[in-house]
Design a protein around this ligand. Structure first.
Ligand SMILES: Nc1ncnc2c1ncn2[C@@H]1O[C@H](COP(=O)(O)OP(=O)(O)OP(=O)(O)O)[C@@H](O)[C@H]1O
Length: 211
């Protein structure tokens, strides 16, 4: 990881073709060690902002700087997987894609499962996981390859309060190890556990932009 690593937006605004402007004049700078909650009402553009930060979506206006960022990890809002494959298979897969052997990948994948208290489920089929287990599996898969930038979309929608606290704690711990962690969330507990909050409602256009 690069000490000078940074993710920044410079006067970013976004709208999809044929839709209103979601947010504008967004200037943020995020550095390693930070956990940032991206908040705001449903449909305000939280997931879209994460996609823009990842470079998957080009902003309608402005630029995004990703200095020193190599690997990006992403945990999706809706867990998805291959029903008959095990939880461990899902976490091993990105490591194999990175060129690791299965033998080398498995301990690293088990460590990632352990971070989210999922070792017990390593051998279970994805189809047999509960909603909360599948959601934690997405987190384990996102962090297993030790990304520089971790983008997490609604990580706690299906989790109970105690698990929310433990996931928030792990995300803070990963940031402490030098990751940049950004979390789109509605959940007040998750938001409060983050070091910084970006409220996208504050960047909603006022008046003329959507006229
Ligand atoms: N590819 C697209 N084309 C057109 N509109 C889109 C596209 N992707 C998202 N949108 C719209 O942009 C808006 C913002 O979507 P986004 O998923 O970023 O919101 P969100 O704040 O994450 O919402 P939620 O909290 O409900 O998950 C929504 O109105 C959505 O319908």
């Amino acid at each position: 990881m690069d000490d000078g690593m940074v993710v920044a937006t410079h006067d970013v605004a976004h709208r999809f073709p044929g839709t209103d402007v979601l947010f504008e004049h967004l200037n943020i700078t995020v550095r390693p060690g930070e956990t940032v909650a991206v908040c705001g009402p449903s449909g305000c553009g939280k997931s879209t902002l994460l996609s823009i930060l990842a470079g998957w979506e080009k902003p309608w206006h402005g630029t995004v700087e990703r200095h020193g960022i190599g690997r990006i990890g992403w945990a999706f809002q809706n867990p998805y997987g291959v029903p008959e494959r095990t939880a461990l298979d899902h976490v091993v897969f990105p490591l194999l894609a990175k060129g690791m052997t299965r033998r080398a990948a498995e301990p690293q994948a088990m460590e990632a499962l352990g971070l989210f208290d999922l070792e017990y489920a390593a051998g279970r089929r994805f189809a047999d996981l509960s909603g909360g287990e599948a959601q934690r599996l997405m987190l384990a898969r996102a962090v297993c390859a030790r990304p520089d930038l971790l983008l997490v979309d609604e990580p706690t929608a299906q989790l109970d309060t105690r698990t929310v606290h433990s996931v928030s704690h792990v995300l803070g711990h990963l940031a402490g190890q030098g990751m940049i962690v950004m979390v789109a969330t509605h959940d007040p507990d998750t938001r409060d556990a983050c070091r910084r909050v970006i409220d996208l409602a504050e960047y909603a256009p006022r008046g003329e932009a959507n006229a």
